[in-house]
Each structure stands twice: as C-alpha cells, then as structure tokens.
Write a protein of this length. Structure first.
Length: 194
C-alpha cells in the first residue's frame, strides 16, 4: 500500500516555534517585555553557564540575521499591567500574535513552546495556553519556566540561549535609545490592550 504525504505525516515533519520571554524588571517604568522566537531547536538547548552572560549589540544583531528568528516587544507604562499578575503572562498572547503574523515561515507551525524567565504561578500556564489557543495558531502549546536568570554570579546553572537573548534585548531596549533606533525597534513594538 502506498501513502502520499497528505495521508501520513511523519513526526519529524512537525514544526515547533520556540518563544523565549523576559522583561527588563528594573522596577522602573516603562517595563520592557520581550519575546524572541526561533525555529532552530539549538536555540533552546540548555547549556551550563557560570555567570550572567549578556549579549552585546553586535551579538544580538548577528543572532537576528538568521531568517528563522524574530522578536517583538512591548513597553508597559505604569498602570497598564494588572497588579499582582505576571507581566510576561499578561503580554505573551499579544507578543505571540505579533510574531506569528510577521513571518511567513511561522504560518505552518504545529506547536509552540513558550520559555519563561522565572517561575509561573499556579494557573498561569493554563490561562496562557488557553488564551493563545483561542487565536487558533497551533495545535500544541506548552509553557515552561526556568529559574530566574541570576543578577550576579551564583555558581554554574543551566539556561537556554533564547532566554539569554531575550534578557539581553530587554536590557538594551530599556537602557540604550541609540540601540532602539539602530535595529528599528519601533516597528516591532506592540501596544498592550486593556
């Protein structure tokens, strides 16, 4: 019996979009919330690092030269985020929607793996998956959290490259206006809806 590609789909044909989310978390406004996406599984491989390793402007620019990667962000002003709610969870559906609508390569993803810097509260993951699934963007959506990226040296720990990139990008977008202009960040910013 012969099968055509339409009748039988191999597991390795599934396309997963990986999205890392982090915020500037400086305790000042605006809060910069960043999403970094990639179709490259190697970007989510966890590697052992000894200290906080931020990427510089050139490294970030090179990272996004790959067509299989993208990013979006939002600037939340005071009062735009719900008090007591995780800002990453609140902004994620808008950022995911922006990412999926701006890259043709992302139109055919079967699943989305969301990686968060920091812990998710009980119920956050379910709410987030429900909100993104309502957009009918992917059949499978998973939310995973990693221990917070350390502020200083604390010994070796495991962390994925996509979250290092999100942290570095949030930091630069918060601190360096010249970098915002250099990379055309205004076209990648979304507004939060309330």
């Amino acid at each position: 019996m012969k099968f055509s590609g339409k009748e039988m789909k191999r597991d390795d044909d599934n396309r997963t979009l990986y999205i890392g989310l982090d915020e500037s978390n400086h305790g000042r406004w605006p809060e910069i919330i960043v999403s970094v996406s990639s179709l490259n599984k190697t970007d989510v491989n966890v590697s052992k690092i000894d200290r906080r390793e931020r990427m510089n402007e050139e490294e970030i620019t090179r990272f996004f030269n790959n067509q299989r990667r993208n990013w979006a962000y939002t600037k939340a002003e005071r009062g735009q985020l719900t008090k007591g709610k995780n800002p990453l969870v609140e902004a994620a559906p808008y950022l995911v929607d922006k990412l999926l609508s701006t890259k043709r390569e992302y139109a055919s993803v079967d699943s989305i793996d969301l990686l968060f810097d920091g812990e998710l509260k009980f119920g956050d993951s379910d709410e987030l998956v429900y909100r993104i699934r309502r957009m009918k963007r992917a059949r499978r959506i998973i939310a995973m959290s990693y221990e917070c990226y350390p502020k200083s040296t604390k010994g070796a720990y495991n962390y994925p490259r996509i979250l290092v990139t999100a942290d570095s990008l949030a930091h630069l977008l918060f601190r360096k206006h010249s970098f915002i202009e250099k990379i055309g960040a205004d076209s990648r910013m979304i507004k939060l809806k309330r």
